[in-house]
Design a protein around this ligand. Structure first.
Ligand code: NDP
Length: 504
């Protein structure tokens, strides 16, 4: 084990030499222990506070440092400085994770994988907080806490519960695309090195002139996609529940640095206007044929964390960390994430989490009028002015850092999604056109092994959704679950409301 401490002598937290770290100070050889043993009190007191709140999602993860290198000229699309020149390298820190499990859960669970990258740019930190899937289960953030609860433990039994999982999803038909990807073999990547990372959301890039483009990011693994079958995953869980954490750490330690090629899909506002579906809808992909991905850079991870807690557990990514040249889109899920990630870090790490070295902006100093708070570990603005405007030479806003303005209009209301019946098109295409027969067999088997644990009425309701994506898909799941395929078909032809009533 390495140590970065310079002194060899053991000290208290305040640097005072410790004379004995094996025997508590007691009255007589057999105790009791004396309150004046301040070294013992300090040691226990700190130990009692070692754990910080676990992330409510993405609790189990692995991280590494490295760099991003630009390989194509994208200056006509974005003025982001870290993307301004071919060959330019920017330091990064990346974290990969499962979603629903606790901090000690197994790496080989069927679950989306988080794929988060922090770029330490000269314009401050830019975080891209994506997943290994290009789509998501829901498109409205109002549903997010409910959705996550269904992936967690039953409030009574404290067990994962197929009824909760499938009840919610079968009542949330927009989840069918993500469910089809999650239950394909891509639902359990062999390692973190063998999966892609996607922004999933649409973002906005804008150039020096203020022209903007809609973009989606695809980090394609250079190691190749590799997945585990459910049998392999079960065996892996037993053999080594931390296999993916170990895999990436060991690969980097032996100099086998994992890398990903960044490809962008880029769309003009004109193309977006009349496109056949809402390009901001996170349950959809942009077809490659219409928006061919363009290679623009490489992500390389070549540095293991020196201390897991310092760098990985305390790493805090937020989609709200954007830099000039890159802006959010109106995607409703993204809009909520702009709030929620920062908010959860304030809870988990405190108001000054941005000072923790892994989160601190390395290449652009923090200069503002935010002051004080728990654990402000630097001089906190020193003696400079703590208000704006001021005439004491304090930091001033730079108009060139402003996002370009854009038009919005419409009625304030709780608007439901307004493109009916298109939730089933893309999962159907995936099933029919992209998957091999082997993929389809595994998909159906993976679904059945999980959905069979839910109540029959929920099985029927969910299988009707598979049928709506593709009749063969629905029939195969129905047959393996020994459901009446006629009943499934009848349910598939009902409205979502009627189907929910019929399967109550
Ligand atoms: P394409 O044939 O051009 O793209 C299909 C893509 O599907 C592949 O490039 C690959 O994505 C991905 N893929 C392959 N096997 C699987 C699998 N078992 N599970 C999930 N994804 C897989 O067609 P389209 O662009 O028209 O997309 C067709 C369907 O492919 C979509 O409806 C969507 O379900 C899926 N898909 C599309 C993506 C996109 O951005 N267009 C991205 C991922 C999936 P990759 O190259 O990223 O590995």
């Amino acid at each position: 084990m390495g140590s970065d401490r310079k002194q060899k002598g053991l000290t208290t937290a305040f640097g005072v030499p410790v004379g004995d770290d094996q025997n508590s100070e007691t009255a007589g050889a057999r105790g009791p222990v004396l309150l004046q043993d301040v070294h013992l009190l300090e040691k226990l007191g700190h130990f009692d506070r070692e754990r910080i709140p676990e992330r409510v999602v993405h609790a189990k993860g692995a991280g590494a440092g490295g760099y991003f290198e630009v390989t194509a000229d994208v200056t006509r699309y974005t003025k982001a400085k870290f993307l301004s020149k071919v060959g330019k390298k920017t330091e990064v820190f990346a974290r990969f994770s499962t979603v629903g499990g606790e901090k000690g859960s197994a790496d080989s669970e069927r679950d989306p994988r988080g794929f988060a990258v922090k770029f330490y740019t000269e314009d401050g930190n830019y975080d891209l907080v994506g997943n290994n899937t290009p789509v998501f289960f829901i498109r409205d953030p109002m549903k997010f806490p409910d959705f996550i609860h269904t992936q967690k433990r039953n409030p009574s039994s404290n067990l994962k519960n197929p009824d909760m999982f499938w009840d919610f999803l079968s009542l949330t038909p927009e989840s069918i695309h993500q469910i089809t990807i999650l239950f394909s073999d891509r639902g359990i990547p062999a390692t973190y090195r063998n999966m892609n990372g996607y922004s999933s959301h649409t973002y906005k890039w804008y150039n020096e002139k203020g022209d903007y483009y809609w973009v989606q990011y695809h980090f394609k693994t250079d190691q190749g996609i590799e997945n585990l079958t459910r049998e392999e995953a079960a065996a892996t869980r037993g053999r080594d529940p931390d296999h993916a954490t170990r895999d990436i750490y060991d690969a980097i330690a032996r100099g086998d640095y994992p890398s990903w090629t960044l490809e962008m899909q880029i769309m003009t506002p004109e193309q977006a206007k009349d496109y056949r579906f809402d390009i901001l809808d996170i349950t959809k992909v942009w077809p490659h044929a219409d928006f061919p991905p363009v290679k623009i850079g490489k992500l390389v991870l070549n540095r293991n964390p020196v201390n897991y807690f310092a760098e990985v557990e305390q790493a805090a990514f937020s989609p709200s960390n954007l830099v000039p040249g890159i802006a959010a889109s109106p995607d409703k899920m993204l809009q909520a994430r702009l709030f929620s990630y920062h908010d959860t870090h304030l809870h988990r790490l405190g108001p000054n989490y941005h000072l923790i070295p892994v989160n601190a902006s390395k290449n652009a100093p923090e200069q503002n009028y935010q002051r004080d708070g728990f654990m402000r570990t630097d001089s906190g603005g020193g003696g400079g002015p703590n208000y704006w405007p001021n005439s004491f030479d304090g930091p001033s806003p730079d108009i060139s850092a402003k996002d370009p303005s854009f038009d919005v209009s419409g009625k304030a209301d709780r608007h439901p999604y307004s493109y009916p019946n298109d939730d089933f098109v893309q999962p159907g295409n995936l099933y029919r056109d992209v998957m091999t027969e082997r993929d389809r067999e595994n998909l159906v088997g993976n679904i059945v092994s999980h959905l069979s644990g839910a109540q029959k009425r929920i099985q029927l309701r969910q299988t009707a959704l598979f049928f709506k994506a593709d009749a063969d898909y629905g029939r195969r799941v129905a047959n393996e679950l020994e459901l009446d395929t006629g009943e499934v078909e009848r349910l598939a032809h009902m409205s979502q409301e009627d189907r929910a009533k019929a399967t109550k």
